[in-house]
Design a protein around this ligand. Sequence first.
Ligand SMILES: [Zn+2]
Length: 174
Amino acid sequence: MRRILQYGSPILETPSKDVEDINDPKVQNIINEMLKILQVEAERSAGLSAPQIGELLNIAVCRRTDLEDSDLNTKPSDIDWEVMINPKIIKKSANKSVHWEGCLSINDGDLFGKVQRPKEIEVEYIDIMGKTKNIGASDFFSHVVQHEVDHLHGVLFLKYIKDPSELYTSDELE
Ligand SMILES: [Zn+2]
């Protein structure tokens, strides 16, 4: 399995490029690798972007439900992951929401901060079947999509944390 790049890697701060051919075996392989990692990391992950595994392509995978809302009996394989190819956020609400965010590329996923983002967004992307989709996302799911799309622009959630003392490890949060 591929290693997840960590904060400090210049790739994480480099903008990605659009996927030109979703049937390219290389692209399919990257998507499969991302889904594999997410199944393993399902307990503590809400999404992943291609640059995090070293590929500067506009591919993000997002969890559709809130971790806290998900049924404890749900097996990771049952979790609904949405593959988003070339996602573009085309609308953002003026009203904001605040959610805790962490990132597998920052302290191996063990650093959390409260991030404020638009509460509702509309995102357009190509799904895993090659179909163009346009969906609305709100609250936690909206944050997940924005967090992953930020990765594709070379932006990490730390950008929204004004004071580093507002970041906590899971031990500190207990
Ligand atoms: Zn992240």
